[in-house]
Design a protein around this ligand. Structure first.
Ligand code: PLP
Length: 404
C-alpha cells in the first residue's frame, strides 16, 4: 500500500530547524508564558500585518479564537448566531459557551458554505451575528452575506480555521478581514501549526481589547490594576507555541502556493471524469481538496467511490462529517449545563430550538452521497499527485463499472 505525506507527522508539515531554534530560544529565557514576554506579542503583530488587519489576539485554539469573537460581540443569553451545519464543532462551541443559540442555515451545494439567501432566511430580531466558515479553504460569499446582514444590524464573523490566505469574491483582501472579526487555528492539521493555537483578528480597537481581556481572565494588565473587568477565561497562548507560530507564519505563502499547485495538477487529471465537480480555484487555499459528485451522472455515491480506493493508501474520505452539526448529541439532547439545557430554552431563547427536527437537505445530501475529500498537503511531491490522480481515476472507473 502506498503511503502519502500526512499532516499527522513531519512528512506533510514544514516543521524544521527554524522552529527548533525558536523553541530553544524561548526555553533558554526561562519565561514560557506570554505575560511580560515577547513572542506572543510579536506573533500578533506579524499575523495582523500579513492578513491585513488592525489587530490580532492569540489564544489556545481555533475554537477559542471563535469564542473570543463571540465574547467580543457580547450577546445577551438566548441571542441567535447563524452558523453552517457542515463545519467543525469548534465553529459553534463559542456560541453555546457564551449562552447564545446556534441557528443552522443551509449551505451551497458545491462549496458547502453559507449563502446570502440561506442566511437571510434565518435572520430574526434576535440574530446577533453570522459565523461564515470558508470551508476547506474555499471562499464563501462573505460580501453577499454582509449585504443581507448590514441592514438588520447583524455582524459577520469569519471562521477561517481552514482558510489562510483565501480570497473571497468581491475584492483582493484575505478572508478574515472582510467581516467584523476573523478567526484562525494553529491546530496540527491546519495550513500552519503550533500543535494547538488560535488567532482572532479585527480592525476595531474596542473589540480587540475585549478579546484580549476575555483571553486573560478579564484582567486589564495594560492598566496595572489587579481587577477583572468581565467574565473571561485563561485562553493565553504560551510563548513556546507563539515562537513556533511565528516561524510557521513565514512559510505560509509557500504552503498555500504548493497546495494550490497540487490542487491544480489533480484537477487537470480529473477534469474529464463525468459527474465529478472539481473545486473552483478562484481564491481557494486548499486546506483540503473537495470533490462533489453529481450522482445523477456518476450513478455511484461518495461512499461507493471511496470504497473502491480501499487498499490503495489514497488519503480520501467520504462526506467530511458523519452527521450535520445540528445532529450532534450535545445539541439534540441539550447537554450543556447540568440538566438545565441552558440556553436552549425559551426564555432565554425566543423559541425553543429543536435540533432533532432541523433538516438542511443540501448538507445532508453532501454528507451522505456527494462530498469526497482528498487530504492533500504541502508535502505532496509530483509523484504523490500522480499516484493520487491515478488512484482517483481508477476508482472512478471501477465504481462506474459496478453500476453499469
Ligand atoms: C472551520 C473550523 N472552525 C473551528 C475549528 C476549531 O479549531 P481548533 O481545532 O484549533 O479548536 C476548526 C478546526 O478543527 C475548523 O476546521
Amino acid at each position: 500500500m502506498r503511503t502519502y505525506p500526512t499532516v499527522d507527522d513531519a512528512s506533510g508539515r514544514t516543521i524544521g530547524a527554524a522552529e527548533i531554534a525558536a523553541v530553544t530560544r524561548v526555553l533558554e529565557t526561562g519565561r514560557l508564558w506570554r505575560v511580560g514576554g515577547t513572542e506572543a506579542d510579536a506573533l500578533e503583530r506579524e499575523f495582523a500585518e500579513l492578513i491585513g488587519s488592525g489587530y490580532a489576539v492569540a489564544s489556545g485554539s481555533g475554537s477559542s479564537a471563535v469564542h473570543l469573537a463571540v465574547a467580543a460581540v457580547d450577546p445577551e443569553p438566548g441571542d441567535e448566531f447563524v452558523v453552517p451545519p457542515l463545519t467543525d464543532f469548534g465553529s459553534v462551541l463559542g456560541v453555546l459557551s457564551n449562552n447564545a443559540v446556534p441557528v443552522f442555515a443551509e449551505v451551497d451545494p458545491l462549496t458547502g458554505c453559507l449563502t446570502p439567501q440561506s442566511v437571510e432566511a434565518c435572520l430574526t430580531d434576535r440574530t446577533r451575528a453570522v459565523i461564515v466558515v470558508h470551508l476547506f479553504g474555499g471562499p464563501a460569499d462573505v460580501e453577499g452575506i454582509k449585504a443581507v446582514c448590514a441592514p438588520r444590524g447583524v455582524v459577520v464573523i469569519e471562521d477561517c480555521a481552514q482558510a489562510y490566505l483565501t480570497v473571497p469574491p468581491g475584492g483582493s483582501t484575505y478572508a478574515g478581514t472582510r467581516g467584523l472579526i476573523g478567526c484562525f487555528s494553529l491546530q496540527q492539521s491546519k495550513h500552519i501549526t503550533a500543535g494547538e493555537g488560535g488567532l482572532t483578528v479585527t480592525d476595531d480597537p474596542e473589540l480587540a481589547r475585549r478579546m484580549r481581556l476575555f483571553a486573560d481572565k478579564g484582567w486589564p494588565r495594560d492598566t496595572g490594576q489587579r481587577d477583572h473587568l468581565m467574565l473571561g477565561l485563561n485562553y493565553r497562548m504560551s510563548e513556546v507555541a507563539a515562537a513556533i507560530g511565528r516561524v510557521q507564519l513565514t512559510k505560509l505563502p509557500d504552503v498555500v502556493r504548493r497546495r494550490t499547485e497540487v490542487a491544480a495538477a489533480l484537477s487537470e487529471r480529473l477534469r474529464d471524469l463525468p459527474g465529478l465537480v472539481l473545486p473552483r480555484p478562484e481564491g481557494h487555499s486548499y486546506f483540503l481538496y473537495p470533490l462533489v459528485l453529481d450522482v445523477e451522472t456518476t450513478g455511484f455515491t461518495n461512499r461507493e467511490y471511496v470504497a473502491q480506493l480501499a487498499g490503495t493508501g489514497a488519503p480520501v474520505g467520504a462526506g467530511y462529517l458523519q452527521r450535520p452539526v445540528y445532529r450532534t448529541t450535545v445539541l439534540t439532547e441539550k447537554r450543556t449545563y447540568g440538566t438545565s439545557g441552558y440556553p436552549l430554552h425559551a426564555p432565554p431563547a425566543a423559541t425553543e430550538p429543536d435540533y432533532a427536527s432541523v433538516r438542511c437537505e443540501v448538507t445532508e445530501d453532501l454528507i451522505a452521497r456527494r462530498l469526497v475529500i482528498a487530504l492533500i498537503n504541502e508535502g505532496f511531491g509530483d509523484a504523490d499527485v500522480d499516484a493520487l490522480g491515478d488512484a482517483l481515476t481508477d476508482a472512478y472507473k471501477h465504481a462506474a463499472d459496478q453500476v453499469a
